[in-house]
Ligand binder design. Sequence first.
Ligand SMILES: [Fe+2]
Ligand SMILES: [Fe+2]
Length: 498
Amino acid sequence: MSETLDILVEDSESVRADNFVEVQLDESIPNNVDLSSDKQLLRALETWHPQYLEWWKDMGPDGFQDADVYLRTAVGVDPSGWAKFGHVKMPEYRWGILLAPKVEGRTIPCGEHKGEPVWQEVPGKYRALLKRLIVVQGDTEPASVEQQRYLGKTAPSLYDMRNLFQVNVEEGRHLWAMVYLLVKYFGKDGREEAQALLERRSGQQDNPRILGAFNERTPDWLSFFMFTYFTDRDGKMQLAALAESGFDPLSRSCRFMLTEEAHHLFVGETGVQRTIEATCAAMARAGITDPYDVERVRALGVVDLPLLQRKANFHMSVTRDLFGSEISSNGAEAFSAGLKGRFNEARLTGDDHQLQDAFYPVTQVVDGALVVNQVPALRAINCRLLDDYIADCQGGIDRWNKTIEKAGIAFKLTQPHKGFNRRIGEFAGHRIDPQGEIVSDEHWQANAAEWLPNAEDMDFIVSLMQPCTEPGRFASWIAPPRVGINNQTGDFEYVKIA
Ligand SMILES: [Fe+2]
Ligand SMILES: [Fe+2]
């Protein structure tokens, strides 16, 4: 799948151009929100800007701040031509504030205010809740940049290195998008939150990022691809739910962010796909058909499939925790207030979008057994988004499996049971195996190394992480992409390392 195609396929709905908005590119902060007419806001953002750059230099890609990177920059919000490509030094990247076009006549799609015109200003009684939603979303953006900051040094190719940096600068832009909302609509509080977003640090003990998965390390490229497939997909779901917000500026911010998010998911899906391709090709050349002949497979310098499954298990389970407790009064409140919808809220048919009398099936642990209970749908909003997420994950997994099947290898990647390895929500505190059996602690301890990456796995992955920076060359464990970025040729110098 080419990148452009991917964007069109993944999120064509999110970039509907209902009207054309002029982007002011020549200003200190490129934007399509008429920043120059609001001097106070402009001043606040111009104060934040150097602090952001300081954060970027401290916590952004380590060792590559002077490299010329072939990056895409958003220069508009028109789906037919919103990006331009060119070599840029990352600190000089044009991070801008871009909102998707206003949809005239848009109404609040859900909750108590369903059908009323969307809010252009913060609704007073929901101020705290709305601010919290924006801060939590905003916090994930710089967090992932911090998690990925050392990966450039072990990139398996210049193509991959460029994709990493593209994801990083766009997460930076997503931070800008949330900071714009905080500073414009939440006064002094908002400015303080914008500051705090630059102060928290992924994985730091005393001032960590807000959500658990964003404090995990992303120590290697396999983790990066799993992260961009599974964890950026949580990002997609959250953005999609916030794109349904009755607070229109948030909705418009998120709609445009989704366009960029599609590329992050593409990087993850094709990264794992290419890893599988390299494995299958090496196994075929060596005449190995048994995927569990791990020692021989690893000797070929490729990732064995059971290890990929364990990596996927880890990233899936940690990411599922990001959806919060399946049953949640905060989730109910955000939905009823019309601040956050369900996935595809406005297009859902079959209910009243208020859910006062509706129920939703939630799997719970009752007396040591998994039981599906009908729970008031309002309180199960998080559970529903998680279920939609799990369904959304399956497409790429099916495509990965097709490659394995075509190679004639008897192995299938699967999603573990929803309750596997969870720390938050209904399954927290229970030991549930990937098949969905509740097991004893002893059984878990005895088998965890089969289900989650073990120390040997991690050592092996680290041993594979040898940088490959010659244009057109790729590390042994990953196949070249089918198409270059912006249709560049195979030996294109995506990153000119200073
Ligand atoms: Fe993002
Ligand atoms: Fe992302």
